[in-house]
Design a protein around this ligand. Structure first.
Ligand code: SF4
Length: 323
C-alpha cells in the first residue's frame, strides 16, 4: 500500500495577468503554489477545499493538461515535467481524468461508442472487431447496456453520462484516475451509485485515485487519506479517520465544523470564518490563512509555515512548530 505511484515536489502553476495595449504581464495568479505530496499505489487520495483553492488546477497539472510553472511530477519514479511530447503521450495512457460535468465533457455530435473509443483511436490501441468488443465490454463494466453504443449523450441521464465518462477513462486500462468533482453535478441519490461504482472499479482493476471535491462528506466516503487545500497550498494531509477525529489545522477545523453529523444528538458548533478567501493574484504574506484565522499570531503574518510531520500527519501551521 505504501509504494509510491506519483510524487509531487514543489509544484507551482501560475497564470499570467495580462493588461494594456501591449498585453504586458502585470502579475501572476498563483493557482498552485508549492505543493508536495505523494499518491500511493491502490489508494484514494482526496483533495478538498473551497472553490478557487487550486485543487482542479492541481489535478490538471498532474496529468499535464496544464503545463506546471515549476516543480516535479514523478510517475513511477520518472519526472514527467518537460518530457518530449511522444514520451509524455505514452505515459499519459496510464493516467486518465473523469471530469466534473458529464454534460460538458462529452461531445454531443459523437455517439456513445465513438466517445468511449476515442482514447483507443488516438493511441491506436484497437480497431475493427476488437474496438467494438472493447466498447461493449466497457459499457457493461460501468453498468450500461452495450446496445447504448449507437446512441447520443443527450439521450441519457446525468448519472448515465457520468458512467459513460468513466467507461471512456477506463478504455486504455489506466493505473491512475484523477476524478475532478465527479459527482457534484448529480442528484444525491445518484452520487452514491457513482461513488460505489468507482470503488468497485478500484477493487476490480487495482486503480489509484486522486479524488477532488469541495464536499468533505463525499471525500470522506471514498478516500483513504485526505489533503486539505487553501489558496494554492496543502494545509493538512492526514489519514481520513485521524483527520475527522481530530483536525489540527484551524482551516480544517472550520471546514469540518460545517459537515453535518450523522448523530442528531451530537453537539457541534460551527466555525464561521470571517471575510472571503483572498485573491490568489495577491495572496497574504506569511500564512495564507492568517487573515481569517482565529489563532493568528505575530509570526503568522510574516513567515510562511511549511507542511511538516505532526504525529503521523502533515500540517502547515505555526501552532505545531514546537511539536
Ligand atoms: Fe492560523 Fe497561524 Fe496556523 Fe496560519 S500559521 S493557520 S494563521 S495559527
Amino acid at each position: 500500500m505504501n509504494e509510491s505511484l506519483l510524487e509531487v515536489n514543489h509544484l507551482t502553476k501560475y497564470f499570467p495577468i495580462k493588461k494594456g495595449l501591449f498585453n504586458r504581464t502585470v502579475g501572476q495568479v498563483k493557482a498552485v503554489d508549492g505543493l508536495n505530496f505523494t499518491i500511493f499505489k491502490g489508494e484514494t487520495l482526496g483533495l478538498v477545499g473551497e472553490s478557487g483553492c487550486g485543487k482542479s488546477t492541481t489535478g490538471r497539472s498532474l496529468l499535464q493538461l496544464l503545463r506546471p510553472t515549476t516543480g516535479e511530477i514523478k510517475y513511477e519514479g520518472r519526472n514527467m515535467v518537460g518530457l518530449p511530447p511522444e514520451e509524455l503521450r505514452r505515459l499519459r495512457k496510464d493516467m486518465q481524468m473523469v471530469f466534473q460535468d458529464p454534460y460538458a465533457s462529452l461531445n454531443p455530435r459523437m455517439t456513445v461508442g465513438e466517445l468511449i473509443a476515442e482514447p483507443l483511436d488516438i493511441h491506436q490501441a484497437a480497431s475493427g472487431k476488437e474496438r467494438t468488443r472493447r466498447i461493449d465490454e466497457l459499457l457493461e463494466i460501468v453498468g450500461l447496456n452495450s446496445r447504448y453504443a449507437d446512441r447520443y449523450g443527450h439521450e441519457f441521464s446525468g448519472g448515465q453520462r457520468q458512467r459513460i465518462g468513466i467507461a471512456r477513462a477506463l478504455a486504455l486500462n489506466p493505473k491512475l484516475i484523477v476524478a475532478d468533482e465527479p459527482v457534484s453535478a448529480l442528484d444525491v441519490s445518484i452520487q452514491s451509485q457513482i461513488i460505489n461504482l468507482l470503488q468497485d472499479l478500484q477493487d476490480q482493476f487495482k486503480l489509484t485515485y486522486l479524488f477532488i471535491a469541495h464536499d468533505l462528506s463525499v471525500v470522506k466516503h471514498i478516500s483513504s487519506r485526505i489533503g486539505v487545500m487553501y489558496l494554492g497550498g496543502i494545509v493538512e494531509l492526514a489519514n481520513k479517520r485521524e483527520l475527522f477525529a481530530e483536525p489540527l489545522h484551524p482551516y480544517t477545523q472550520a471546514l469540518l465544523s460545517a459537515v453535518p453529523s450523522p448523530d442528531p444528538l451530537a453537539k457541534k458548533s460551527r466555525i464561521v470564518l470571517p471575510g472571503d478567501v483572498p485573491s490568489p493574484a495577491n495572496p497574504p504574506p506569511g500564512c495564507a490563512f492568517h487573515t481569517r484565522c482565529h489563532a493568528c499570531m505575530a509570526v503568522c503574518r510574516t513567515d510562511k509555515p511549511e507542511l511538516r510531520d505532526v504525529g503521523g500527519r502533515q500540517v502547515a501551521c505555526h501552532l505545531y512548530n514546537q511539536a
